[in-house]
Design a protein around this ligand. Structure first.
Ligand code: NAD
Length: 354
């Protein structure tokens, strides 16, 4: 396992220290793991003048998988757009052709009180949202600003999907469903959009080659509603870039803290970039307060999706369950009366539980 570590900015280096300790532990048991280290985002701009420098690009291209902390910070907000930290993230995703974004929304029963929804609606929630990441209205041409026939200033974008783009993300959806409960819900807006009519046709056709998967279709407005009404009806959701952007953020809030949620962005060969969904949390950076669990679970996704090691993924997930069951909480997931620990102590507990 040739893994590139990119700590990034803010709390990134702190949470990554804990992930590296977990990797050391697994390596000490005889797993063949080689680590390399690089910079991305603001840290890369500071060191090399670019958020995705050549040195990082070379390391990223040769790695099997990449573990990223998070990027950004107020000190970079005034930089020209082309060298802002987030551009590093967009550049690496594009460079590595990471078209499939997998975002689980799960809620450990111990944390049900941290959700804004009633515990009985969300306790035990476990959804996977598969979002297409490189197409749709975010990249469609033409786009821009113009003066219309009436002389008025207008902005316009183009929603666009080619059959092959829908097919490859739908395949990831079906394959993911096969690894879980064999239930896939495809979300579109086929009552209004031609792009969605094609989407639904292609997903339905591909579904015939996955007879074991129970396929359903839902309009995106209804999906947004169902996610807060009865989220446990879903197992895997597959959808386009813009719908997935919105629904995955909505779903992550069901789970309470963003300090708990991992993500994966995969290419056609399951090479991937794995990262927590949260940002660099500058308000708590350097204070030993950050929750490292989302990063550890991102590592779990790497083991499962890039390396096909469900056994190691399960060990990491079980370790997280154990520390939560033992009552350990970082500040972001604590409710009154909880045993609040710092980043390092949470890492110690996770390694002991492993
Ligand atoms: P954020 O996710 O960094 O923080 C939001 C809130 O959640 C803060 O109160 C923070 O303290 C808390 N939080 C986040 N992660 C936590 C963790 N692991 N443990 C405990 N608490 C945690 O979002 P923001 O404040 O809007 O953005 C800060 C910076 O991060 C910005 O520069 C933004 O552009 C960047 N950002 C980066 C990514 C990424 O790297 N993928 C994603 C979102 C935002």
């Amino acid at each position: 396992m040739n893994i590139l570590i990119l700590p990034g900015d803010g709390i990134g280096p702190e949470i990554m220290v804990q992930a590296a300790r977990v990797l050391d532990k697994i390596k000490s048991e005889g797993e063949d793991i080689t680590l390399s280290h690089g910079t991305l985002g603001g840290a890369a701009y500071d060191a090399h003048g670019h958020p995705y420098p050549d040195a990082t690009q070379a390391l990223a291209r040769s790695a099997d998988a990449i573990l990223l902390g998070c990027v950004g910070g107020p000190q970079y907000d005034t930089l020209p757009r082309a060298v802002r930290p987030e551009q590093g993230l967009l550049a690496i995703r594009k460079d590595l052709k990471l078209f499939a974004n997998l975002r689980p929304a799960m809620l450990y029963p111990e944390l049900a009180a941290a959700s804004s929804l009633k515990p009985e609606i969300v306790a035990g929630l476990d959804i996977m949202i598969v979002r297409e990441l490189t197409g749709d209205i975010y990249f469609g041409q033409p786009r821009g600003r113009r003066t219309n026939a009436a002389g008025e200033d207008e902005g316009y974008d183009t929603m666009h999907y080619a059959r092959s783009e829908v097919e490859r993300i739908a395949r990831v959806g079906f394959e993911t469903a096969m690894k879980r409960n064999k239930k896939l819900c495809s979300v579109d807006k086929a009552n209004v959009l031609d792009t969605s009519i094609l989407w639904r046709e292609v997903v339905t056709e591909l579904g015939k080659t996955y007879p074991e998967v129970q396929l359903s279709h839902m309009y995106v407005d209804n999906a947004a509603m169902q996610l807060v009404r009865a989220p446990k009806q879903f197992d895997v959701i597959v959808t386009g870039n813009i719908f997935g952007d919105i629904l995955s953020d909505e779903a992550s809030m069901l789970a309470g803290s963003i300090g708990m949620l991992p993500s994966a962005s995969l290419d056609a060969n399951n090479k991937g970039l794995f990262e927590p969904i949260h940002g660099s949390a500058p308000d708590i950076a350097g204070q030993d307060k950050a929750n490292p669990i989302a990063t550890i679970l991102s590592l779990g996704m790497m083991m499962r999706y890039t390396f096909g090691r469900a056994d190691l993924a399960q060990r990491l997930e079980t370790a997280v369950r154990k520390v939560l069951a033992a009552g350990l909480r970082t500040g972001d997931i604590a409710t009154s009366g909880d045993n609040v620990v710092g980043t390092r102590a949470m890492g110690d507990a996770l390694i002991a539980a492993l």
